[in-house]
Design a protein around this ligand. Structure first.
Ligand SMILES: [Zn+2]
Length: 85
């Protein structure tokens, strides 16, 4: 069940686009890869689109902690969670 189903469509109706990157503060940032939601940790995790390191949506909001590449958590579809505008 995703957030749209849990809230009767009130949340999560946004449909993420297939664009591979977003422009944020005038800079191009690649979207994180294969984002998923962990119910146990209540955290969204994904992989760095540059180096493949695992990232989370708490500590790695704008940059990868390993390679320093700019990443974006916007306009993504998160498995078991829903879409994030
Ligand atoms: Zn990286």
């Amino acid at each position: 069940m995703n957030i749209a189903e849990m809230t009767g469509g009130e949340l999560g109706v946004y449909q993420a686009t297939k664009a591979p990157y977003v422009i944020h503060k005038g800079k191009k940032a690649l979207k994180v890869a294969e984002p998923y939601y962990s119910k146990k940790e209540r955290m969204i995790t994904a992989f760095c689109p540059h180096c493949g390191l695992e990232l989370n949506r708490v500590w790695n909001m704008e940059y990868c902690g390993s390679c320093g590449g700019p990443v974006s958590w916007h306009d993504i579809s998160v498995r078991d969670y829903g879409d994030i505008p």
